[in-house]
Design a protein around this ligand. Structure first.
Ligand SMILES: Cc1cc2nc3c(=O)[nH]c(=O)nc-3n(C[C@H](O)[C@H](O)[C@H](O)COP(=O)(O)OP(=O)(O)OC[C@H]3O[C@@H](n4cnc5c(N)ncnc54)[C@H](O)[C@@H]3O)c2cc1C
Length: 404
């Protein structure tokens, strides 16, 4: 349908809030960005369209905080990535306790051959702990606020429009962190974006109880090639279709298919576990790689162990032991919009690299860097990157593999 009609919408939108740093999206990247900016003494607002923090990590039931280490016994992600891992289990955890990292002293050799520095947290406890921390530090959270538009002047965003129970309003901003996971703000602001070429497989992770046991069933375990192979592991695909995640109707269809897969799986399991009941199902679409910004730099998987002079932190490869990647500051922003920066799932990487940087610890690494940068300037082109790096280091972040 291409029919365009005029609607009696308000053309003049009331400015309801103003802040130095607006963080759009309250997933792990947004939580890290808001904390980082707030710790620089800025007035920070965090917008979240749902009513719980954590995004995919909590509402999406992705409760495995993947490794902060390289699998060879060396920790590579520090700062808020580590603080948020600890926060995720502050009030209790579900499994994979990193004994060799948090439980007792252990040698590099022992850590290299043992369990990596990761943990399975409880979604609800992580969300509650994150909210408590953010509010305690003075971040203003606006729940139930969807960012729907921007107003620009001289290449900068001056206002972000939001829809909430209060109707349509505007927020006056200094700088903006796009932590929506889908580069929504970049797209609305006209920054160059790209969609994942292949799209995503269907997932239907859910929690259940059966025989007194409480467990996560990871249906659509990881993003697999179409032949159903991922390295040596055979992984079953739930559907032939792939999803791209930036179309409203497609996301509705994906959600319905995911619910059907979940229900079929549950009913099948009834044969062996008659008392099985679902406890929690996802309340946001479980989709991995959707839209990203095309930044000043597009980081690729081949740049493993590469030193970047503008590195803002390091990440490992959750899929295998060994690789370490430095994240260049230039992968966080594009320059089309001077005061807009990205964090989390939507930073500037190739499709191959995306499967690495989309995971929780990496989102915290880029969230911290983006939030701090947004607190330092409203023109990222002019940012003093050395000053950003020095402040990140003061906060415990390590920038280069040579420092490990
Ligand atoms: C099936 C699946 C399994 C995965 N498994 C793992 C795993 O085991 N371990 C791991 O570490 N990672 C895993 N991941 C990846 C990881 O969970 C996510 O990529 C990561 O949590 C993303 O964080 P984020 O903050 O960038 O984005 P998101 O978690 O997507 O957060 C974005 C937030 O922004 C909000 N939002 C979006 N648009 C707007 C808007 N316009 N206005 C206001 N708010 C908005 C959303 O509601 C959401 O809360 C998995 C992902 C999937 C889908």
């Amino acid at each position: 349908m291409s029919d365009v009609k005029e609607f009696s919408e308000q053309l003049v939108v009331k400015t309801a809030h103003e802040c130095d740093v607006l963080v759009c999206g309250g997933g792990v990247a947004g939580v890290a960005a808001a904390l980082a900016a707030r710790r620089s003494g800025k007035k920070v607002i965090l917008l979240e369209k749902s009513f719980i923090l954590g995004g995919l990590a909590t509402s999406g039931l992705v409760t495995i905080y993947l490794p902060l280490c390289d699998g060879m016994g060396r920790q590579v992600s520090f700062g808020l990535a580590e603080e948020l891992l600890k926060l995720s289990i502050k009030y209790g955890y579900e499994g994979r306790y990193p004994e060799l990292w948090l439980g007792r002293e252990a040698s590099v050799e022992e850590r290299a051959s043992g369990r990596r520095y990761e943990v399975q947290f409880n979604a609800q406890l992580f969300a509650l702990a994150a909210e408590e921390l953010l509010l305690g530090e003075g971040v203003k959270i606006l729940y139930g606020y969807l960012a729907t538009g921007v107003r620009k002047e001289n290449g900068k965003i001056t206002h972000v429009t939001v829809e909430s129970k209060s109707g349509r309003q505007a927020i006056e901003v200094g700088s903006v962190v796009d932590a929506t996971g889908d580069a929504d703000i970049c797209n609305l602001a006209g920054a160059e974006c790209a969609i994942h070429n292949k799209g995503n497989v269907l997932a239907a992770w859910y929690y259940f109880v059966a025989g007194g046991e409480y467990k996560l069933n990871m249906l659509g375990f990881c993003d697999v090639p179409d032949d159903g192979n991922r390295s040596e592991n055979k992984v079953k695909l739930l559907a032939d279709k792939r999803f791209f995640g930036v179309d409203g109707e497609e996301l509705s269809e994906m959600t319905e298919m995911s619910h059907r897969s979940l229900l079929n799986n549950l009913l099948q399991r009834r044969g062996e576990q008659p008392d099985i009941l679902p406890v929690t199902i996802a309340t946001i679409p479980q989709i991995r790689m959707t839209r990203k910004i095309v930044g000043k730099y597009v980081l690729d998987e081949s740049e493993v162990h590469t030193r970047f002079e503008d590195s803002v932190g390091m990440v490992s490869d959750w899929r295998k032991r060994g690789p370490v990647f430095e994240i260049p500051f230039r992968a966080l922003y594009g320059g089309d919009v001077k005061n807009l920066i990205t964090a989390g799932r939507c930073i500037s990487v190739t499709d191959a690299m995306w499967d690495i940087t989309r995971v929780i610890p990496d989102c915290a690494v880029t969230g911290e860097a983006a939030g701090l940068a947004a607190a330092m300037t409203d023109d990222f082109e002019k940012l003093d990157v050395a000053a950003l790096q020095s402040e990140l280091c003061a906060r415990g972040v390590k920038l280069h593999e040579s420092e490990l």
